[in-house]
Design a protein around this ligand. Sequence first.
Ligand SMILES: Cc1cc2nc3c(=O)[nH]c(=O)nc-3n(C[C@H](O)[C@H](O)[C@H](O)COP(=O)(O)OP(=O)(O)OC[C@H]3O[C@@H](n4cnc5c(N)ncnc54)[C@H](O)[C@@H]3O)c2cc1C
Length: 491
Amino acid sequence: MEPARETPLVADVEVGVVGGGTAGVMAALGAARAGARVAVLERLGNLGGMLSSGLMGHFGNRFRDQRGRDIVAGAPRELLGRIIAAGATPFATLDDALNADDMLFYRHEHAGNECLRMLDEAGVGLWLHACFAGAAPAPDGGYDLVFESKGGRLAIRARQVVDATGEADVARRLGAPIREDLRRRYSWGLLFEMGLVDLERYGAFLATCKPECPEWTPWLAATLGLSEAALAQDTYWGEWLDRRPRAWPFRRQIMRAVDDGALDLVRTLPEGGSVRYGWDGFWPEPWHGKDVVHANVCMVTGLDPSSGRHVSVAEAGARRYAFDFVRFLRAYIPGFERAVVRAMSAQTVPRGGIEIVGEAEAVLHGAGSPAPAICLSGFAAVGLPLGMFVPRGVPDLLVAGRCADHGYAFRPSVSCMAQGFSCGVIAAMAARRQVTPSRLDPAEWQAALRQHGVLLEPGPESGRGRPPQPRLPGVPSHDPSDGARRARKLS
Ligand SMILES: Cc1cc2nc3c(=O)[nH]c(=O)nc-3n(C[C@H](O)[C@H](O)[C@H](O)COP(=O)(O)OP(=O)(O)OC[C@H]3O[C@@H](n4cnc5c(N)ncnc54)[C@H](O)[C@@H]3O)c2cc1C
């Protein structure tokens, strides 16, 4: 299809990071701080991925585990500290933030800026609007990473590579096995922010909403064509039942809008996909502005993130649904009459990415893996082994973030940052020694990680900053009724 061509080699580095998002920025920083020459390829015009262009806007307080013990320190904490110093959070100091049993809200634009500044200060070579397009083994080891840019097709040569694309783009190109069974399983999300909301009026409306809504369950079952028993068993719709009465205060308005044809609970998309009204988050956070509401209500399912066509279907479907949802709010929910979409994520993101099959799996529900950990993650402070980030059969490649093996289970942004940083340090050591990461002595990389502030054992119980308890699978990480509480505070 294409004529043969020469691809200019524009950089020769020890560590190449593909994807300058949550994990990738930290990987580049880790590698650079460990003394490597580093280059990052990022397809968007900004760094930070979900932290910035993805509009996350908060760190669930995952710097500590459920016992209030420190589990993530070092560079991820530094990034939070810099966002705080820029005045872009509600907190005066890093300690205030870490001790808050809260969501750690921040302005996503500032996260992107601080990522840029940190990589700049570390001397990382940056290629923005650089979409990774292919990889080939380099003559003396490592890989040539080909990318599309405004200047045409270019390449960088890297002895070690960290794939932080979220969809394992590099690993897949290099033939790494992926978890096929999971490709279509996880939902995709599109975050957006609304402005011009009258939060006082919304708060007054919420105060009139009764938590009980006995007609809800029969209505939902009839609307979805399910029996009530089947509905209760459904992992998605079951969440909507009256056992969580506070989660959606305006269920009566939802029923009316659906019956009026003004809101689809589920909308069919091409290629077997669907987009539906999600429960994952809807929170007015007055700190962001007295007329601002964040929404995480578009859930796309049934599509394959490795298909170019499906990615396009997901994007278009989620965006249309988001604007229709705002139209519903304007028409049915007091306070939203003038609401507009103020900002929207640059991309609809598959939460589970595409997971590689790694050399080792983390122990998900136990005390941790017996293998040496590269970082800690989650409410239970699980130690993540290096093998989770090493795709089977592909040397000189580490895969960090939501595309790591079991990436979905360890996807919170703070965890992705911690994974990325440690992978970067280890990639730099492997590049220097000219060996694959798995051949390094774990005692040596653990010592190096500690020097860079990585926690490999939880700190002492602090009794403060304890994050919310883990919930059942599929239950939102943040109860939207908390948003109602915030809105009421205003009125
Ligand atoms: C809708 C949604 C809500 C979430 N809510 C929460 C929450 O409340 N709390 C929480 O802790 N976590 C949450 N998460 C999870 C968390 O945000 C992500 O798992 C984490 O940020 C992912 O980090 P990452 O580095 O793997 O991916 P990303 O941050 O997405 O970074 C991937 C980067 O790679 C780039 N890229 C991709 N392909 C290429 C390519 N071919 N060439 C060049 N660059 C490329 C992308 O542009 C992006 O910048 C949420 C995720 C989603 C999708």
